[in-house]
Write a protein that binds this ligand. Structure first.
Ligand code: NIG
Ligand code: FE
Length: 394
């Protein structure tokens, strides 16, 4: 059994015991064995190890956990982005454009895109990335999307209910039947989660409830795209179904915030559902950002993710989302870094990632900076010096 000591860490973000909400330790070291953290402590008292990685006084933090990404697609929508920047609104209507391109692509073309984007994210410090289907929308195309996604992640999500495809436009009930029946059956072997785009123009609350319940019955965990483009019942539906996460949360009522904060539960036990905010989407659609402060002040657990997709948010950079959250959503740098690491882990119901404490996976990043603060303070600068996943430098 070979061990590795990462030492001479000027500032270690553990998200566990330590100073402040990030559990910071200074002049620290981390001992790794068989892909796991086995010891964390002062660098001066570090145990001997077979190999050593000298962090040179830099900051080390848990690898980013990107809990929301749509990587299985073909083509891009750069022209749609340019039109938006010239004043066109975002409606989600472009999803069907990507569906057409995705259906026409070969398996190898889709695989190459997933690998390219997964590699791009990894180099930027993302050690866990959820990957959704949702641009196939036939039984065969959703199944192959998830088969390809599962080659790159264990966190795979069936999003057959992304939009109603054109061929079902005048019979959405039939499409919901397809999603709950043969499509779910074909997709479930490759999926861990089920998701629905619950929004005007996509799926209403009744359809979303039916699809999520079928997915749950097939053994999948629940997540939901909710309240992105306007108000609606999606967030409350997610809480009702004990979704791991409700994602976007841009247009929230007091009742939505209460439901997420758990105050609507009579026994006051609270909800486990995380609110995942996706500021890359508001950036790329030039929309008002979600009110993160309102959620945090109400005690809601907040995660940050990229929403990486060719339409509303074509970024794979968690550091960019951290910077947006701090500058545009008034999160503190500490809140944003927690949300992009431990928060993402909560949104995936994982306790082995997003933290650097004994027993956790050795997924970490060494920054080219003395503090996590620099992620927001130096936006757009490539600050990830080294990435380790499962104790190995990829
Ligand atoms: O999460 N909102 C729905 N789905 C994606 C956007 C998909 C697209 O525009 O292609 C999202 O933002
Ligand atoms: Fe999304």
């Amino acid at each position: 059994m070979s061990s590795l000591l990462v030492d001479n860490i000027g500032e270690l973000v553990t998200n566990g015991a330590g100073e402040g909400p990030l559990g910071i330790r200074r002049d620290a070291a981390v001992l790794v064995e068989e892909g796991r953290v086995v010891w964390v402590g002062p660098s001066a008292y570090a145990p001997a190890a077979d190999r050593r990685l000298d962090a040179g006084g830099a900051a080390v933090l848990p690898g980013f956990v990107d809990s929301h990404a749509h990587l299985v697609f073909a083509g891009d929508r750069a022209a749609e982005f340019a039109a938006r920047m010239a004043g066109e609104p975002y409606t989600g209507g472009g999803i069907r454009t990507t569906v057409g391109a995705t259906r026409a692509a070969t398996d190898d073309e889709l695989r190459a895109t997933v690998r390219r984007l997964r590699g791009e994210a990894l180099r930027q410090g993302t050690t866990t990335m959820e990957i959704k289907s949702g641009y196939g929308l036939t039984v065969a195309d959703e199944a192959r999307s998830l088969r390809i996604a599962a080659e790159s992640s264990t966190e795979t999500t069936f999003l057959g209910a992304h939009v109603v495809p054109a061929e079902y436009a005048d019979r959405p009930d039939d499409y919901v039947g397809l999603v709950c029946g043969p499509m779910l059956a074909a997709a479930a072997p490759y999926a861990k989660w089920v998701d629905v785009f619950c929004e005007r123009g996509a799926f209403d609350v009744d359809h979303a409830r039916a699809i999520l319940a079928c997915g749950q019955a097939a053994g999948l965990g629940v997540r939901i795209h909710a309240n992105q483009l306007g108000p609606g019942g999606g967030v409350r539906l997610g809480v009702e179904l004990d979704a791991a996460s409700v994602d976007h949360c841009t247009h929230l009522s007091d009742a939505d915030v209460d439901a997420l904060a758990g105050t609507a539960l009579s026994d006051g036990s609270g909800t486990r559902t995380v609110a995942t905010l996706l500021p890359g989407a508001e950036f790329s659609t030039r929309s008002p950002y979600p009110d993160a402060r309102r959620l945090l002040d109400a005690g809601v657990t907040v995660a940050l993710a990229t929403d990486c997709n060719p339409g509303s948010s074509y970024t794979s950079s968690m550091a960019f989302c951290v910077a947006l959250a701090v500058r545009e959503m008034r999160m503190t740098p500490a809140e944003a870094v927690w949300a992009a690491t431990a928060g993402g882990a909560r949104a995936l119901r994982r306790d082995d990632i997003g933290v650097l404490t004994p027993g956790a996976r050795a997924d970490l990043v060494v920054l080219d900076a003395p503090s996590y603060l620099h992620l927001a303070y130096r936006p757009g600068v490539p600050l990830i010096r080294q990435v380790m996943r499962n104790g190995v430098t990829p």
